[in-house]
Design a protein around this ligand. Sequence first.
Ligand SMILES: [Zn+2]
Ligand SMILES: [Zn+2]
Length: 132
Amino acid sequence: MLQCTAVTLLPPDAVLRLTAPGADCPEDPEPYVLCELGEHDDQRTEHAAYLRPGRTPDSPALWFFWTGNGTERTHRAEPAPWCPALLRRIDSRLVQRCALFDHHTAAHSWDVTDPLGDLLADRLVPGDSPEG
Ligand SMILES: [Zn+2]
Ligand SMILES: [Zn+2]
């Protein structure tokens, strides 16, 4: 399943909250967020983007949910508990947790293909540096 391609601009208050003093990451957050769900019906299902982690890895993380575009958009930013689904890989014995929130629609995160994310990840892999 391909990832939903919806992108939206974060409202100023959400950006402010992410840059609040004491935030772990001092860099300016991207003012745009990308829906992380698998392709879904955007009339009936909200788009969802991960904003920031909770206090512990198991705490509910902050998500941005929205429907519609431009002036038609409705949105909310609120904590959501994690999806409890686990993927057990027989070959490597690794257990992967779903990276989405509980009761999300569409596929679990491991079944969602993110061509853009793969592209970005490829770029982050260090290649041959000029310094050797
Ligand atoms: Zn979406
Ligand atoms: Zn899931």
